[in-house]
Ligand binder design. Structure first.
Ligand code: ATP
Ligand code: MG
Ligand code: FE
Length: 354
């Protein structure tokens, strides 16, 4: 099926078009530049930008695919989770499009779309020989390990962060060391100039009491926590400031990045091994992180687990991932959404489509 996917959950207006697992168009407009001065995404600015960008981005995507809206079999839109006002622009626009064209509409989960993108040929995966797929989702708002029994009907949450998401920790630590916003790409770059062993930062929830054993697992065996790490970085910075010494920002960035990548990959590979997962799909914007990619590759290889990491421009927010999940929903015969659905800012990962 040919599906157009619409993404407006945060600061990207993304529209993608797929035919089955073939990517036909991938267009993204971002309002990031307008948020930089504030050090974070301002919801109302993001929502207004979606209103302006929606139709131009849609037109460009249709041009890229060399299609008209009449050639499309279905429309998919992110229903949640995300910023309420931003989501509502996409949902309202998608409904208008569905009513005007008579095409079926699917309101879908943004987190599952981050995984669904891995099924595209453009993601370079071979998921056909996989017995049990797992997904490690590391994004601005989420850090979760999932067991994908069926992408369109049965996703099981194995573990998640109990406080900050990994991307959030990157943004907060970037502020602490004066690296600017958005934090992820900046810290990634600084870390390459620093020494990761200059500091040892905590790996949250890794103590024996949290982990338990495989037979009697602790309740946080597959959970993460990044708030203690953020506090540890803050203390380290203070130590230098109190003595009027220059803060070794590159070393702190490197040690912080090492702690994040270490604890994420260790627990993900442990969960996969213990839960019979033989292939991991990495998803979400933090999948762009160089150390996370490197360490996950190393550790899955050592454990005999397959790994798919889609190209970076498919990992950060976009419409192609929404279209990819939409196409799977159509193929699997899932009923389209009732047009009365609303945006759901806190939509749980187990609710795949509304
Ligand atoms: P969610 O998907 O949970 O709703 P989101 O859509 O805002 O959140 P994404 O677009 O998936 O998040 O990812 C954005 C996050 O990725 C930001 O926090 C950003 O700092 C982080 N990020 C981007 N590039 C890198 C990188 N190279 N290293 C680490 N983090 C990165
Ligand atoms: Mg974004
Ligand atoms: Fe996202």
């Amino acid at each position: 099926p040919v599906v157009v996917g619409i993404e407006t959950s945060c600061d990207e207006t993304g529209i993608g078009i797929v035919s089955g697992t073939t990517l036909l168009a991938h267009q993204v407009a971002s309002s990031m530049d307008e948020h930089v001065a504030f050090g974070g995404v301002i919801p109302e600015i993001a929502a207004r930008a979606h209103v302006t960008e929606f139709l131009p981005v849609l037109d460009t995507a249709l041009d890229e695919a060399e299609l008209t809206i009449d050639d499309v079999d279905a429309i998919a839109v992110t229903a949640g989770p995300g910023l309420a006002g931003a989501l509502m622009v996409g949902v309202a626009g998608a409904k208008a499009l569905a009513v005007a064209t008579g095409k079926p509409l699917y309101g879908i989960n943004h987190l599952i779309a981050h995984i669904g993108v891995g099924y595209l040929d453009a993601a370079g995966a071979d998921l056909h020989n996989v017995n049990q797929l797992g997904a490690l989702l590391v994004s601005g708002g989420h850090t979760e390990m999932l067991k994908i029994n069926s992408l369109t009907s049965d996703v099981e949450l194995l573990g998640s962060t109990i406080d900050d998401a990994a991307g959030e920790a990157y943004d907060k630590v970037a502020r602490l060391i004066g690296a600017g916003y958005p934090g992820g790409p900046v810290i990634d770059k600084m870390a390459r100039q620093g020494d990761p062993s200059a500091f040892t930062f905590p790996r949250g929830l890794s103590a024996p009491k949290n982990m338990g054993t495989e037979k009697t697992p602790g309740k946080d065996r597959y959970s993460w926590s990044f708030s203690g790490l953020k506090t540890a970085v803050s203390r380290a910075v203070e130590q230098f400031e109190l003595r009027d010494m220059p803060v070794p920002a590159n070393d702190i960035a490197a040690a912080f990045q090492e702690a994040v990548a270490d604890v994420i990959t260790k627990k993900a590979v442990l969960a996969a091994t213990e839960q019979g997962i033989d292939h991991i799909l990495l998803g979400g914007g933090v999948a762009a992180n160089s150390r996370l990619r490197e360490l996950l590759t190393e550790r899955t290889t050592a454990a005999g687990i397959g790994l798919t990491i889609p190209p970076i421009n498919l990992c950060t927010d976009n419409g192609a991932m929404v279209a990819a999940l939409g196409a799977q929903l159509v193929s699997d015969g899932v009923t389209p959404s009732d047009l009365n659905f609303s945006a759901d800012p806190t939509q749980h990962v187990s609710l795949i489509s509304v």
